[in-house]
Design a protein around this ligand. Structure first.
Ligand code: PSV
Ligand code: MN
Length: 431
């Protein structure tokens, strides 16, 4: 059972003391560079200090492919141990103060106690995720032919009830959003009526929507394919937006970066959803081929920057309810999940910082006069800037480590946890 913070203030303090002079020098140099560009570095640092991104409870364990999972000694085996690892990530990085739980994976008997346990570790809870893409032991009806869109009314009722139960759990945890991703779809042309399956989904989702508390949001996560390989009920941002519009103002769209056709212009989807007032949140990760769930910014950091560029633009022209939920959704197959999430969070906040550096006036003028190269340069100049000193100083000022990964490596965390925790079994990983 987790109890208190893993690191003492002394540990972070002495780590930072050895690095603060070098950081101050780098920060001062960047300050002079940005001042020449008319950018106030202190303002950028303040904005960075307000930024946060949630970590997924399931990301604290080693993921796997559908072929295998290769656990590491000391990895967490339950929500308590996952919270403990997430608490350490937050202590080191100070940018991930919330955990996004997934049910029934994170089920416990006492949610008030779980909330308190998280609070003792400096954590709160973000969006609750339902799971109607797997069958659970003892479940009355199978999701083998779909869940919210199933042709069977009993299956739909079970999926609705599960989502409502997630809302109830989320209430107790202090969450304010339900993320719904369904694996519903088909593998064969003709297997299901494409229009009617969407109608059934909409009807069932409306019953979940009706159970949302007044200040909650329902985040609809689309995905092009997998586990279904011919059609998926909520396959793309068009279907997602259609559903969100039909359900009502509390329903918004969630963009998982890996859930699109290859080469899709995701930043344009961000702009479009914002225009419709339906940009609800993100699952950050990266991919090269499909829904690879690789670490955010590992493959295409430029895309991550361009997404944040649209988010900065969106904040300049906010729509009602504009407050996107930022979450990481990754599968760590070859790394220590703590290290991956530390690095991903840094990549995400760094992309935000870079987007803040764009000379919006120059960009706008170039856009209006159709000067493509100058417009592109306005973006490229920001993207090319090394914002690491801003991100590191904001982190240190918030109480985190100047070099979180280096400090983590000195802790012997996994070795210690390997003594305390049960061993994870072999088998295939989760999606
Ligand atoms: C589906 O691929 C997904 O992106 C959804 O967010 C799930 O909840 C998550 O991965 C975990 O399997
Ligand atoms: Mn996701």
């Amino acid at each position: 059972m987790a109890n208190g913070p893993a690191l003492t203030l002394d540990q972070i303090g002495s780590h930072n003391a050895e690095r603060i002079d070098a950081l101050a020098e780098d920060y001062a140099a960047l300050d002079r560079q940005l001042a020449r560009r008319g950018v106030d570095i202190a303002q950028v640092k303040s904005a960075v200090a307000t930024f946060s991104v949630a970590v997924p409870s399931w990301g604290a364990g080693r993921g796997g492919t559908r072929f295998a999972k290769f656990p590491i000694p000391g990895e967490p085996t339950n929500i308590h141990e996952k919270l403990e690892d997430c608490g350490l990530i937050q202590q080191l990085g100070q940018v991930t103060p919330r955990v996004s739980p997934h049910f029934p994976w994170d089920k416990v008997s006492d949610y008030a106690a779980l909330r308190e346990e998280a609070a003792n570790l400096g954590l709160g809870f973000d969006a609750v995720n339902s799971n109607t893409f797997q069958d659970q032991p003892g479940q009355a009806h199978s999701y083998r032919s779909g869940s919210l869109s199933s042709t069977d009314a009993d299956v739909r009722a079970q999926a609705i009830d599960h989502n409502i139960e997630c809302i109830e759990i989320g209430r107790q945890l202090g969450s304010r959003a339900l993320t719904v991703w369904v694996g519903d779809g088909t593998n064969f042309p003709g297997q299901q009526h494409l229009g009617r399956s969407l109608d059934r989904y909409l009807d069932a989702a409306a019953q979940v929507y009706a159970a949302l508390p007044g200040d909650w949001r329902m985040l609809l996560e689309h995905k092009l394919f997998e586990p279904a390989f011919y059609s998926t009920v909520i396959s793309d941002w068009g279907s997602s937006m259609m559903a969100a519009q039909e359900l009502g103002p509390k329903a918004m769209c969630l963009i998982d970066l890996g859930h699109h056709a290859p080469n899709v212009n995701i930043e344009q989807i961000v702009a479009r959803l914002h225009k419709a007032g339906k940009l609800g949140g993100f699952h950050f990760n990266d991919s090269k081929y499909g829904d690879d769930d690789l670490d955010a910014g590992a493959i295409n950091p430029h895309q991550l920057f361009l997404i944040f560029n649209e988010l900065v633009e969106a904040a300049l022209e906010p729509r009602t309810g504009f407050d996107p939920a930022y979450m990481i959704d990754q599968s760590h197959n070859v790394t220590d999940p703590i290290e991956s999430m530390l690095c991903s969070a840094e990549a995400i906040v760094g992309s935000f910082a870079k987007a803040l550096l764009v000379d919006r006036e120059a960009l706008r003028a170039a856009q209006e006069s159709n000067d493509a190269i100058i417009a592109f340069r306005a973006l490229r100049r920001a993207y090319d800037t090394d914002v690491a000193p801003i991100v590191a100083l904001a982190r240190a000022e918030a109480g985190g480590a100047i070099d979180p990964l280096a400090l983590y490596r000195t802790l012997g965390w996994r070795e210690r946890k390997a003594q305390e925790r049960n061993t994870v079994g072999l088998g295939a990983g989760i999606v």
